[in-house]
Design a protein around this ligand. Structure first.
Ligand code: NAP
Length: 283
């Protein structure tokens, strides 16, 4: 039995960092990233630490602002306003999830679209869907970049995205359209889900349910991207069952697949934001 080729996100992330280093050497300034975190959610603390470490390794200026769990919404909005006006700040990221007293839409809409390195501002969402230039969400960008690196041609392909969140599924569908793929968005209310998933030549799974996708759901020879990160005891499990490697032609691992790509694309977005703000979109 042949087993799926493993598509390493770590390897592709290194390639992205190599390209970024070259671009940074040619710039007359150092792009800067500001990350805001509220509370001590252990996953958020560790993600923010990782982002800061990567930014520094790459030679970006990076600073984290940590506030208490009960930090008021108005104070947060005011702080974002100050960073929006600060010429020395290129990218602003507010780590999600936020505590329940904070309205996440208000926060995301307060970040200047020019500095919105997570790509969640409605202006950037609109630009993504309308085909314009802007800052787009890191995880979907990472998925597309990873597939491109391994020579997976998306043009004309039937791609099923399982999960329709604003962070992964929906923006990924928009990017896939831009790649001339034919995306289907499936979710918890999709009828005959295994049949829909089985149509995929390329399958991307982002549901947050450990090992939900079984081998019977996967079309033989499909390329499978597992976005899921589920902490189960001490282990990190994907949304795709490991048995899928018996039928897929290629599969991303968890960890070491999409995760490193997300961080790499955040760094790429920070550099892009710095350039777009200074020079505008390319003509
Ligand atoms: P989310 O906001 O909870 O969305 C989950 C999506 O999956 C929803 O659209 C939901 O459908 C669908 N879903 C849930 N259970 C389902 C089921 N049994 N059958 C079919 N669809 C189902 O999650 P998210 O933020 O997109 O994240 C998804 C996963 O990706 C999580 O494990 C998360 O940790 C991971 N993630 C990883 C990275 C990374 O960098 N590697 C980045 C972001 C997220 P409804 O809309 O109908 O509820």
């Amino acid at each position: 039995m042949t087993r799926a080729r493993i598509l390493s996100g770590r390897e592709v992330a290194e390639a992205v960092y190599g390209e970024l280093r070259k671009r940074l050497q040619a710039l007359p300034f150092v792009p800067s990233l500001r990350v805001i975190r509220l509370g001590e959610n252990p996953a958020s603390v560790s993600y923010v630490r990782l982002k800061e470490r990567r930014a520094r390794e790459l030679g970006l200026r990076s600073q984290v602002e940590a506030y208490p769990e009960d930090y008021p919404e108005e104070a947060l909005l005011e702080r974002i306003g100050v960073l929006n006006r600060d010429e020395g700040v290129d990218g602003i990221l507010v780590q999600l999830p936020l505590p329940p007293h904070i309205r996440v839409e208000r926060v995301l809409e307060a970040i200047s679209p020019q500095k919105d390195v997570d790509g969640f501002h409605p202006v950037n969402v609109g630009r993504l869907w309308s085909g314009g230039e802007g800052l787009f969400p890191c995880t979907p960008l990472g998925v597309v970049r990873l597939l491109r690196h391994y020579g997976v041609d998306l043009r004309g392909k039937e791609v099923v995205v399982l999960g329709r969140s604003n962070i992964v599924g929906k923006p990924l569908a928009a990017l896939l359209l831009r790649e001339d793929a034919t995306p289907t968005l499936a979710h918890s209310k999709t009828a005959s889900l295994p049949e829909v998933v089985r149509r995929a030549e390329v399958l991307v799974v982002a549901v947050g349910r450990p090992h939900l996708v079984r081998k019977e759901w996967v079309r033989p020879g499909a390329v499978v991207v597992d976005v899921g990160v589920n902490r189960v005891g001490e282990r990190l499990l994907g949304d795709v069952h490991p048995e899928v490697a018996e039928v897929a032609s290629a599969l991303t691992p968890v960890p070491g697949g999409v995760g490193p790509m997300t961080v790499a694309m955040l760094m790429a977005n920070t550099v892009k934001a710095a350039l777009l703000r200074r020079h505008g979109p390319p003509r």
